[in-house]
Write a protein that binds this ligand. Structure first.
Ligand SMILES: Cc1cc2nc3c(=O)[nH]c(=O)nc-3n(C[C@H](O)[C@H](O)[C@H](O)COP(=O)(O)O)c2cc1C
Length: 301
C-alpha cells in the first residue's frame, strides 16, 4: 500500500514522505540508488550564494545511536549548482526542493532566486545549520529568522519552507515568526547540537568540535517541537523530521501534528527504506480502519 497524497500548505504531495536535505546529495545524482517514487518530494543538499569548502576531516562520526556530522555545508555555490543540477531536475521521478543557506539575509535571497530560476518545485530555507561559525544559527532568533523568510518570500514565488533547530530556546516563537513572515510550512527539525570525544587522541572527534546529531535518537527531540508548535499554533503546515525509520515513526509524527514526514539518516543505513515505511504504516492504518493518514493529524496534540 502506498500512503496517499498529503497537503502541505499550497502543495499536494503524492506521498507524505520527504527525503531530507543532505542525505540524498543533489537528488539527481543519487537517483539510481534511491527509488524516489515513494516520496512526495526530495530536498537537495543546502547551497549558498558562493562556493563553501566545508570543514576539514573528520566531519562524520558514528555514535552508539545515530551519528554526528560537521560538514559545514560544503557546496559549489548557487551559480554552479544551477548550471549543473538545474537542467537535470526533470530527469528524476520526484519533485525536487532546493535548500538555501547563507550568512546574510541578502545571501539567502540570492540563493532563493537562483534556485527558483533553476526550476526547483519549492525552497527550503535552512535556518538551522549547526556548522556555521560563532553560533550564528539563524533560527535561535525569531526576528532574524523572520527577516530571512521575508527576503526569500520577496525573491521567489515558489512555496517556501523554513527549517528550524530543535535547540532554539522557544521553537514555537520562531515557528510563529517565520509563518507570519511568509513561510508556507515549517520543517521540525534539523539536527541537534552534539559532540564526541576520541579516547585515543583525547580530542573532540569532529574538526569543528560541535556538529549536528541525527538518527534514531533525534525522534523525541524533533517530535517534541512538532507537538509544541501544533498545540500552540493549531493546524499549521509542518514537516516532521528526525529519527524516522519506520511506518510507526511516520504515524507518530502525524499524530503529533505533521502533514508530511522527512527521512534523513535512515537513508545511510538503508537507501530503499521508504518502501518498507509505506508498507508498515499502511498495515497499521488498515488494522485500525483508517483510510487516510490525514485523519490522524494532530490527534495527539
Ligand atoms: C550528513 C548529513 C548532512 C546534512 N546536511 C543538511 C543540509 O545540507 N541541509 C539541511 O537543511 N539539513 C541537513 N541535514 C539534516 C537532515 O536533513 C535532517 O534534518 C536531520 O538529519 C534530522 O533527520 P534524521 O534524524 O532523519 O537524519 C544533514 C544531515 C546529515 C546526517
Amino acid at each position: 500500500m502506498k500512503l496517499g497524497p498529503a497537503t502541505l500548505g499550497p502543495l499536494t504531495l503524492r506521498s507524505p514522505l520527504v527525503a531530507a536535505s543532505g542525505t540524498v546529495g543533489s537528488v539527481v545524482d543519487v537517483a539510481g540508488a534511491i527509488d524516489f517514487s515513494w516520496y512526495g518530494a526530495a530536498v537537495a543538499k543546502s547551497v549558498a550564494s558562493t562556493p563553501w569548502q566545508g570543514r576539514p576531516a573528520p566531519r562524520l562520526a558514528p555514535t552508539e545511536v545515530g551519528m554526528l556530522n560537521g560538514i559545514g555545508i560544503q557546496n559549489p555555490g548557487i551559480e554552479a549548482w544551477a548550471r549543473e543540477v538545474g537542467p537535470r531536475l526533470r530527469s528524476v521521478d520526484v519533485p525536487v526542493w532546493g535548500s538555501a543557506v547563507g550568512e546574510t539575509v541578502d545571501e539567502f535571497a540570492a540563493v532563493a532566486s537562483g534556485l527558483d530560476g533553476a526550476g526547483v518545485e519549492a525552497i527550503e530555507v535552512n535556518l538551522s545549520c549547526p556548522n556555521l561559525e560563532e553560533g550564528s544559527i539563524w533560527s535561535f532568533d525569531a526576528g532574524r529568522s523572520a527577516a530571512v523568510i521575508g527576503a526569500v518570500r520577496a525573491a521567489t514565488g515558489r512555496p517556501v519552507g523554513a527549517k528550524l533547530s530543535p535547540n532554539a530556546e522557544r521553537v514555537v516563537d520562531v515557528a510563529e515568526a517565520v509563518l507570519a513572515a511568509g513561510a508556507d510550512w515549517v520543517v521540525l527539525t534539523n539536527t541537534a547540537l552534539g559532540a564526541a570525544v576520541d579516547l585515543e587522541t583525547r580530542r573532540p572527534v569532529l574538526s569543528g568540535v560541535v556538529g549536528g546529531y541525527s538518527g534514531v535518537g533525534m525522534k523525541p527531540l524533533a517530535l517534541r517541537c512538532v507537538l509544541e508548535v501544533r498545540r500552540a499554533l493549531g493546524a499549521v503546515p509542518i514537516v516532521g523530521c528526525g529519527g524516522v525509520r519506520t511506518g510507526h515513526d511516520v504515524i507518530e509524527y502525524v499524530m503529533a501534528g505533521a502533514s508530511a514526514v522527512a527521512i534523513g539518516t535512515g537513508h545511510f543505513e538503508r537507501p530503499r527504506l521508504a518502501r518498507r515505511v509505506h508498507a508498515q504504516a499502511g498495515r497499521w492504518l488498515r488494522r485500525n480502519g483508517i483510510t487516510d493518514l490525514a485523519e490522524l493529524r494532530g490527534v495527539a496534540a
